[in-house]
Design a protein around this ligand. Structure first.
Ligand SMILES: [Fe+2]
Length: 300
């Protein structure tokens, strides 16, 4: 009886050896370079990021920002958009020190879908992908308030959202910025043009112990890596929109009155992205993330 059992287990074929991850064939999203002539696309190719100005008309951007504030007030925790003293944990739903609201199905709120469905947002992704059949992922909503002292101080977390072992232009992300974002506000910071050296960087640092991550599609840069880019001459750039309507420093405490200007920025693979906010924020930041990509299709 027992010998029969042994026989059955030895006939199971061994698992096929795992393919080296470096053999992954990436989609080249720069293939549209000869087709898309928009300035923002050329910026994307050159710098690894771009700003699509006016992707949403100003009045609708303001409407969406207001709907986000309606939503916050709708928790009935005491938050009042006209009362800065209510900008604290006691009166708000859980928003972490990075301004990220990850819960409450926020990304399925009506305003989140309307933002994602804006033609100017979709158009940018359709052009890059050269495909109108897109699906959209759900990430998070960023609601950053100025001068918060009731939560831990935020620190930059330089990273890329793509597995270094799967190189190429594979990850394109969008942030829809609804309110002005100036030099002293928190927000997206990018290492301009550094994606051109992505392979060189990761070849150099492949043996370095990584910052733990829940997915290989996230890679965090350590101080050694940041220094490497600095020595290569790269600069970190704070992405700004609407300098002209940026609130003056003399009236920094009212976060709810800035004129909204909308943009859609894309970041591509490579060591280009990080985000930060600081206690010196001067204005609120309402920034849903939207990441359309082509619908998977069966191979023919
Ligand atoms: Fe990210």
């Amino acid at each position: 009886m027992s010998s029969t059992t042994v026989t059955s287990t030895t006939t199971v074929p061994p698992p096929a050896p795992a393919k080296p991850r470096s053999s992954h064939k990436s989609r080249d999203l720069l293939a549209a370079a000869d087709i898309v002539k928009d300035t923002w696309y050329q910026d994307l190719v050159r710098d690894g990021y771009c700003v699509v100005k006016g992707a949403i008309p100003q009045e609708r951007a303001l409407q969406y920002a207001n709907e986000m504030f309606d939503w916050l007030e709708g928790f009935n925790l005491g938050f009042d958009r006209n009362d800065p003293s209510t900008i604290n944990e006691k009166h708000l739903p859980i928003i972490n020190e990075k301004g990220m609201c990850l819960n409450y199905a926020a990304t399925h709120e009506d305003w989140a879908w309307k933002i994602r469905s804006e033609p100017g947002v979709i158009d940018a992704f359709e052009k890059v992908y050269q495909d109108k059949d897109l699906i959209v992922s759900f990430d998070a909503v960023n609601l950053t308030f100025p001068n918060r002292t009731d939560i831990p101080a935020n620190k930059p977390w330089p990273h890329q959202d793509q597995d270094p072992e799967k190189p190429g232009f594979r990850c394109l992300q969008g942030l829809v910025n609804l309110l002005p974002n100036g030099p002293k506000d928190g927000g997206l910071i990018v290492c301009k043009g550094a994606y051109h050296l992505s392979k060189e960087y990761h070849d150099h640092f492949r043996s370095e112990e990584r910052i733990p991550a829940w997915t290989p599609e996230w890679y965090g840069f350590k101080e050694t890596g940041m220094q490497w880019f600095k020595e290569k001459g790269f600069e970190w750039v704070k992405v700004e929109v609407s300098k002209a309507t940026y609130p003056s420093e003399k009236s920094p405490t009212n976060p709810l009155r800035p004129t909204p200007v909308t943009s859609c920025s894309g970041t591509r693979d490579a060591p280009t992205t990080t985000s930060r906010q600081s206690r010196t924020n001067h204005a609120s930041r309402c920034t849903p993330a939207t990441c359309p990509s082509p619908t998977p299709r069966k191979k023919t």
